[in-house]
Design a protein around this ligand. Structure first.
Ligand code: HAS
Length: 542
């Protein structure tokens, strides 16, 4: 119960962020359609910053940490008092950081978007707040490491429970990658925004940001994969396809998700193209664990289908439990991940990146990956985890509402993200308010897509309202009862998972070596050839 409270505290913040961030998203699509002007001097970029920070950083980080604590408590035993207290400290540090950051965005002093690229300059409070969020997450991460170490001590010569193992990989990935953003915040942005130094090295700050920014997307994805690998089989009452394969794919994510940040900077000057090429090759390596995941999921579905008597190559498809929202929401997330992943491969392909970079195609890409595959899976998790903690039931009526929510979300996202992809291919920029470009006719070709985005955005906002209604019910109103925390198990027939999966020193050493290989020369070059830097713009956009 006490562990549940800790997880729930994270979910309160996460779902409040969903509501406010979603409202900001709706406003953006309306502004870009050219039909709506924001009232009371509110600026488009201020709203865009609220949207990106609340949904991309706050909703995700809080939901994930709450889910990881819950998973660890469920699979490697109740948290000790010390671990739980540390978790609470982490939570409060993150919450204070979020409040500080939000205050400066709302005051219009930090309209720098969620990537906060220099030379845009925000109020120091914005960077200090974000740093606190990161520090808070580290505190929670260390609490989880301590919990896992304790489990291992009392269970020597055993591999850790799969869900806990995955939670630990996710936090190790997070810890190593956030070192980049912490470095740029502490040594570049904070001194610069406080006026201690006059200028900032823009290229270095962006490189340190993307050292963190790409693994950030896998920090979002891995908890969704935890649900796909471990929870979905239990909902289907089918064994996990392969415990070893699941662990291997998580380890590959640890290796290959960090040394690839330069694929966000393929069009930036100042980085030698051979190092960009190296990181593109490594990016193609990080696709492999997703393909392993796809294979594993198809195998799980097929086994389930065969058990139900389905025949033929795709007979399993019909018999899947489409009327169970705990399954449907993540499943639709998986379906969307097929085109989303293909889009990622296009982005990563050096030449094709020239076509799509900085266009609204990229926005379409992450509305499929993050806002659909990951977020729908998080909704699917909430449908059993919240009632499990609050001691309530996910009733039939709530299940029906959740199915309507999933369909609404899918339709809204289909309109929004496909029009973003198509508009991007016509060169429409991302991160820009409605503009007629001096009434240039070019913009008129984009308008129909922008109207489609506003329609999609409005449907999505209805989806958010439905989701909040479901969550409020699960928190406070649904009838009391027991709800299962579903955790899949391996079949007895498969080989035992080898102990070498617990060789953490080796996994971390390989990760560090790959990072050193991919980043040391580019960073050395940047520092060696450091430009005089930029003074920055703090009042370009209010
Ligand atoms: Fe990405 C930009 C490359 C995955 C998020 N990405 C972004 C940005 C975000 C983001 C937020 O190389 C924008 C950042 C910004 O603000 O500038 N991305 C990739 C690649 C992958 C990828 C190669 N991205 C993600 C995920 C994200 C995410 C996941 C969030 C969660 N991305 C890029 C690149 C850029 C980029 C460039 C920079 C672009 C630029 O120029 O700015 C890969 O990891 C994708 C691999 C995925 C697959 C799909 C496997 C399919 C599965 C589903 C199986 C389905 C089943 C259901 C089983 C290969 C696992 C079947 C059921 C039936 C019924 C049929």
């Amino acid at each position: 119960k006490k562990d549940g409270k800790l997880a729930l505290a994270h979910f309160y913040v996460a779902f409040s962020a969903l509501l406010l961030g979603g409202l900001a998203g709706l406003l953006q699509t309306l502004v870009r359609s050219g039909k709506v002007t924001l009232p009371a001097g509110i600026n488009y970029y201020q709203v865009l910053t609220v949207h990106g920070v609340l949904l991309g950083l706050v909703l995700t980080t809080f939901f994930i940490i709450g889910f990881l604590f819950a998973s660890m408590s469920r699979t490697s035993g109740t948290l000790s008092n010390g671990v739980r207290k540390t978790g609470w400290i982490g939570f409060w540090v993150m919450t204070i950081g979020t409040a500080l950051t939000a205050t400066f965005i709302l005051l219009g002093k930090a309209s720098v978007l969620y990537t906060f690229y220099a030379p845009l300059k925000a109020h120091p409070g914005f960077y200090i707040g974000l740093t606190l969020v990161v520090v808070g997450s580290w505190i929670s991460g260390f609490a989880m490491f301590a919990h896992y170490a304790k489990w291992k001590k009392s269970n020597p010569k055993q591999v850790g429970p799969l869900l806990s193992f995955m939670a630990i990989i996710t936090m190790v990935l997070w810890l190593i990658s956030t070192l980049g953003v912490a470095a740029t915040a502490l040594f570049q942005y904070i001194p610069w925004s406080l006026g201690f130094v006059d200028r900032i090295d823009v290229l270095l700050s962006r490189t340190l940001f993307w050292y963190f920014g790409h693994p950030l997307v896998y920090f979002w994805l891995l908890p969704a994969y935890m649900a796909w690998y471990v929870i979905i089989p239990k909902i289907l009452d089918t064994p996990i396809f392969s415990d070893s394969l699941a662990r291997m794919s998580f380890i590959l994510f640890l290796f290959f998700s960090i040394p690839v940040g330069l694929h966000h900077q393929l069009l930036e000057p100042g980085v030698d193209s051979s190092w960009k090429y190296v990181q593109v090759v490594l990016t193609f390596m990080v696709i492999i664990p997703s393909l392993m995941t796809a294979f594993s999921m198809f195998a799980t579905f097929e086994r389930y289908g065969r058990k139900k008597g389905a025949t033929g190559l795709f007979g399993w498809f019909r018999v899947l439990p489409w009327n169970d929202a705990r399954f449907l929401a993540p499943m639709i997330g998986m379906l969307f991940f097929i085109p989303a992943g293909a889009g990622g491969i296009i982005n990563a392909s050096n030449q094709l990146n020239q076509v799509v970079h900085n266009t609204i195609w990229v926005t379409g890409h992450f509305h499929l990956t993050l806002a659909t595959s990951v977020v729908l899976t998080f909704f699917g998790i909430a449908y059993w985890l919240i009632p499990h903690i609050t001691g309530r039931k996910f009733t039939r009526e709530l299940n029906s509402l959740a199915i309507i929510q999933t369909i609404t979300w899918s339709i809204g996202m289909f309109f929004m993200s496909s029009s973003m992809h198509l508009e991007g291919l016509q060169g429409a920029p991302r991160r820009s308010a409605f503009s007629t470009y001096f009434n240039s006719p070019v913009s008129h070709d984009w308008i129909s897509y922008q109207i489609a985005q506003a329609v999609g955005g409005s449907i999505l906002f209805i989806g958010i309202i439905l989701e909040i209604i479901i969550i409020i019910n699960l928190l406070f109103l649904a009838p009391k009862g027991e709800t299962e925390f579903p955790v899949g198990e391996s079949s007895n027939e498969v080989e035992k998972t080898p102990l070498y999966f617990e060789n953490w020193k080796l996994w971390i050493a390989i990760t560090v070596l790959l990072i050193v290989f991919a980043y040391s020369v580019p960073l050395y070059d940047m520092i060696q050839n450091a430009p005089i830097g930029s003074k920055g713009f703090s009042n370009l956009i209010k």
